[in-house]
Every structure is written in structure tokens, then in C-alpha cells.
Ligand binder design. Structure first.
Ligand code: SF4
Ligand code: SF4
Length: 371
């Protein structure tokens, strides 16, 4: 049997192990998102519109991840030397204490505000770069323990929108896992009565969802010492120890135990992720197809570059192919392929039709409900 950590190599080790158990199988690697030689930074690539290239000094890391307590602990405990720069940055953040709570280390409020207001910065602005990004070499300093968002975001997907939807489902699942386990860790490790009340107010878990005006301390990057002390309770000034214990508690959990902690909501999200996984593995063609919506973004000689489900993952499409798409008008897929062959002398292979369907150039026709 293959090693699940290897076959799920797109995911951090802890999440790879859990997803192997949740999905009962391995996840195909997204080979088009070539992070070490960033696909979005390659100006020679014919399939990236000139206006969309990413800045190699940031790649897609114009984002600060929300690290739940147990991932913070795993980063602090990580012996791999490659993690040292990321770990040092995280340690600096813990010492500063801004957006550092028993739940984890999250976006500082000033960054959060900028992120919500800025436009056209993604993949471009150095001011918005993640603190854990290692400029030298352009690598992630916390790669083995990156969070649900970082672990599931790809600029390109081998199976287009089918892959995108699969990873969206996994992101949702892992984000729920992160929230549940962060709360569970706090519950396990006695923070003290006052801290418990401070961390779980009556409107929990909705607290913090509405953005409030920033005060002078927040703008100056200073923490509210009294509130910080209150929130950390018994663990005040022992933050590292707390995070490391969270890591130890969580790292031992099987997927069945994670599900038991997460409850019914997690069961539902898991089932949806399993369905998206089956779609990702399926090679079947939809029974009937019709033309979807796409946009020519770069006209070429005999090929056009078209944008379909994502601006970052356009398709290079032969004009000849574009001209026969109207055969897919809701009739059975086999009949459409046959008609194109008979009338246009063009042989569309099932794998090409599947690709057009994956990239939503062609869309499945919804089945009529049985009366
Ligand atoms: S996922 Fe990010 S780092 Fe990886 S290739 Fe795409 S833009 Fe580059
Ligand atoms: S944690 Fe890593 S992958 Fe995520 S934004 Fe930062 S550098 Fe990029």
C-alpha cells in the first residue's frame, strides 16, 4: 500500500492523514500549480493573460492565514530546519501579542481592514505579503503546517472547475475542523473561569464577525494588555506551552475522533466532500451537455485563449473546436459527438469532451424530475 502522506502530497501531513481516512482514498496531485516554479509568475507561459501575472516576490501569498492553536503548536515544535524562518516570524507575532489568543494566531486587525478594502492586490502587493513567506527562494515558511485555506488554494486545477469545487469542499471541511478543534483544545486545557467567560461570550461563535472601528492602540500595533491577560487566564505568559499542548492533543486524533468532536455539522460537510471527491475521480461523461459561458480573452491564429471558471486558469482552445460546440444543445452526448464526426469530420475524444465539461465550456443538462 502506498504511503498516504505521499499520495496526498498536496496537503500538510496532519490533514493528509485525516483526509485519507475521510475520503477512503488518495487525492490526485494538482500538477499545474507548480509552486516552486510558480505557474502564475512565468511570463513565458502562453496560457496566462499578461495582466494577470503574479509578482514573484509574493506569488499568491498576499494573505495572512488564521492559524488555529494546534497548528501554531505544531509549527513551534517542528524540528525541520526549513521551518525555522517561518517559526521565527510566528514567534515574533506571539511575543507582540496582536491577534494572539488561545484560539490561535490570526490576522491583525489593521491587516484585516486593509484586506477587506484593497483592490487588485492579490498576487501583486508586497505590502500584503504573508509574514511566513520566505522571500529568498519564494517558499512558505510553515508549509508542513499551513492552514485549510493555504493548503487547498491552487491557481490552476488539472480538472478545472471539478477540481476547484473539490478543493472548496475540502477547505470548508478543514476550516470547520480547525474551528472545532481549537475550541476543543481550550476546553481541555484549563484556562480559568474568567478567561473561559471572556473567550466564550453569550454570542459565541458569532463574536468577531462584525468589524468594529479600530482604536489607536490597534492602529499603532499595540495590544490591550488587560484584555490580553484576561483572555489567556492561567496560561498568561505561557502561550508557547499552551500551543504546544494543543498540538500534542490534536496530533493523536484519528479522523473518527475528529468527527466525534465536530458533531453533526462536520458529518454533513464530510459527506459533501466525499461526493465532490467521487466527482473528481469520475471519468464518466454527463448524459447530455449544452454550451456554457466563456469569454475569449486573447485571440490567436488558430487558437483562442478563453476564460471559463477562473481567470487564473484559462484554456487554449482551437477555433475549429469552438465552432462545433453548438452541437452540444442538450441532445445525448454520444449523439452530439457522432454528429460532429459525421458532419464536420472532427473526432472529439471522450477525454477532450470531459475536459470541456470540467472547465465548464460545456455544462450538464439537469435531468427532468420523474413525475
Ligand atoms: S498556487 Fe500559488 S505559488 Fe503555487 S503555482 Fe499557483 S500562484 Fe504559484
Ligand atoms: S502560510 Fe505559507 S502558503 Fe499560506 S500565505 Fe503564508 S507563505 Fe503562503
Amino acid at each position: 500500500m502506498s504511503d498516504p502522506l505521499e499520495i496526498n502530497s498536496n496537503l500538510p501531513p496532519l490533514y493528509a492523514g485525516w483526509m485519507s481516512q475521510a475520503l477512503q482514498g488518495s487525492i490526485p496531485v494538482e500538477t499545474k500549480a507548480t509552486c516552486e516554479n510558480c505557474a502564475m509568475c512565468n511570463r513565458a507561459a502562453p496560457t496566462v493573460p499578461q495582466t494577470l501575472f503574479f509578482n514573484p516576490k509574493v506569488k499568491c501569498c498576499t494573505y495572512i492565514p488564521e492559524l488555529p492553536n494546534f497548528l501554531v503548536g505544531r509549527i513551534l515544535l517542528e524540528p525541520d530546519a526549513a521551518t525555522v524562518p517561518g517559526r521565527d516570524k510566528l514567534q515574533e507575532r506571539i511575543i507582540k501579542g496582536i491577534a494572539v489568543t488561545p484560539f490561535g494566531v490570526v490576522k491583525p486587525p489593521v491587516y484585516d481592514l486593509l484586506y477587506s478594502q484593497a483592490t487588485n492586490f492579490f498576487g501583486k502587493s508586497e505590502a500584503m505579503r504573508c509574514p511566513y513567506y520566505i522571500e529568498e527562494g519564494g517558499l512558505c515558511g510553515v508549509w508542513k503546517h499551513r492552514n485549510s485555506v493555504c493548503a487547498t488554494w491552487f491557481c490552476k486545477h488539472n480538472r478545472g472547475a471539478t477540481g476547484f469545487l473539490f478543493w472548496k469542499n475540502i477547505q470548508k471541511l478543514l476550516t470547520q475542523v480547525e474551528r472545532s478543534l481549537a475550541v476543543w483544545c481550550i476546553y481541555q486545557l484549563d484556562v480559568g473561569k474568567a478567561a473561559f467567560k471572556r473567550l466564550f461570550p453569550l454570542d459565541f461563535p458569532n463574536q468577531g464577525n462584525s468589524r468594529t472601528a479600530l482604536d489607536g492602540n490597534q492602529l499603532d500595533g499595540l495590544k490591550d494588555e488587560a484584555d490580553y491577560r484576561l483572555a489567556w487566564g492561567n496560561w498568561y505568559s505561557r502561550e508557547n506551552e499552551f500551543y504546544e499542548l494543543c498540538a500534542q492533543l490534536v496530533s493523536q486524533l484519528t479522523w473518527a475522533e475528529v468527527l466525534a468532536i465536530g458533531g453533526a455539522e462536520l458529518l454533513v460537510t464530510t459527506r459533501l466532500a466525499q461526493e465532490a471527491y467521487q466527482a473528481l475521480l469520475s471519468e464518466e461523461l454527463p448524459a447530455r451537455l449544452q454550451t456554457g459561458t466563456f469569454r475569449v480573452i486573447q485571440a490567436g491564429g488558430d487558437k483562442n485563449l478563453v476564460e471559463t471558471y477562473s481567470a487564473y486558469d484559462p484554456l487554449s482552445m482551437p477555433r475549429q473546436l469552438q465552432e462545433v460546440l453548438n452541437y452540444f444543445d442538450g441532445r445525448p452526448t454520444g449523439e452530439a459527438i457522432q454528429a460532429i464526426y459525421d458532419e464536420q469530420d472532427i473526432n472529439l475524444t471522450p477525454s477532450l469532451v470531459r475536459k470541456l465539461s470540467d472547465f465548464q465550456v460545456l455544462l450538464p443538462v439537469a435531468e427532468e424530475p420523474e413525475s
